[in-house]
Design a protein around this ligand. Structure first.
Ligand SMILES: [Zn+2]
Length: 88
């Protein structure tokens, strides 16, 4: 029998989105409810992480906006959660 460990997080409980540099692991955090940048350089190595109009930049902005919108809705008929697999 295979077992797996998971954790379920209510989207309401996500405090921020993080952008982590693939080169040096430098980290930039965008609190949910604040405008996510559509361009960004890594604070560690200066590598360009997000560029205006790129698919990744637009996706980050859209996810941040969707989370902020979800949190602003006061009358919800369901909870929205994400499930993460934990390492065994
Ligand atoms: Zn970096």
């Amino acid at each position: 029998m295979t077992t797996r460990r998971t954790i379920t997080i209510d989207v309401e409980d996500i405090p921020a989105l993080e952008v982590r540099c693939g080169n040096c692991a430098g980290l930039v955090s965008f609190p949910v409810g604040h405008q996510a940048a559509d361009f960004l350089k890594c604070p560690g190595c200066g590598q360009s992480l997000l560029e205006v109009g790129s698919a990744s930049s637009m996706t980050l902005v859209q996810i941040a906006a969707a989370l902020a919108k979800w949190k602003s809705i006061t009358q919800k008929k369901f909870a929205l959660t994400v499930t993460l697999d934990l390492p065994s």
